[in-house]
Design a binder for this molecule. Sequence first.
Ligand SMILES: Cc1cc2nc3c(=O)[nH]c(=O)nc-3n(C[C@H](O)[C@H](O)[C@H](O)COP(=O)(O)O)c2cc1C
Length: 198
Amino acid sequence: MAVLSLASSLPTRAPTSQPARAIPAASGDFRTALRHLAGGVSVITTGRDEDRTGLTVTSLSSLSAEPPTVMFGLNLSSSTYPILARHRSFGVNFLSAAQKQVADRFAGRGGEKGPARYADAEWSEGRTGAPLLEGALAALDCELEELIERHSHAIVIGRVREVRLGSNDAALLYWRGDYERLGWMAEEAVTALGLRSA
Ligand SMILES: Cc1cc2nc3c(=O)[nH]c(=O)nc-3n(C[C@H](O)[C@H](O)[C@H](O)COP(=O)(O)O)c2cc1C
């Protein structure tokens, strides 16, 4: 296994006769390494009506079970950031393998902005008013607990106020720069297990 050390490119001791030289960390190696980290794809939703927007993330993870909290990394330059900071609630929607188009739309790949990202999918409101996606594997309605700004991103911490469980379909993953799927769609599983003929 190749060992790429970010620390090894930094001087261990600054030369006394010259000012310390800033050597850039090997961010290319860091990005390459992270391509190998497979992540479940979620869509974060926030805002109301014409104010609605959101984004696709792979950085979502649980923080604690008691109380139920989640966290994700949000780019400070994202259009979602000011809306989330104002509304102080958001939805987390775990995407199924059949919802790749929703992921692309919320990643802004077709140029859609704001409410246009909600087209061609069905939504309903959670307890906080955050939009939740019909047909998601599961959806969480969250109150914003804390926004911690660090470097280019904010760490968003949400307190889960409502949980919606969806289907047992295959999950949408992102790995090595592309979408993948994990598991079977519920329909496929029924056919494969012989519960119904194809
Ligand atoms: C698979 C995937 C995962 C992403 N994960 C994150 C993430 O965790 N945090 C983040 O801030 N942006 C993430 N992005 C980028 C945002 O989805 C995208 O930049 C955003 O929707 C566009 O920002 P805009 O609202 O300013 O147009 C991800 C994009 C993709 C395709």
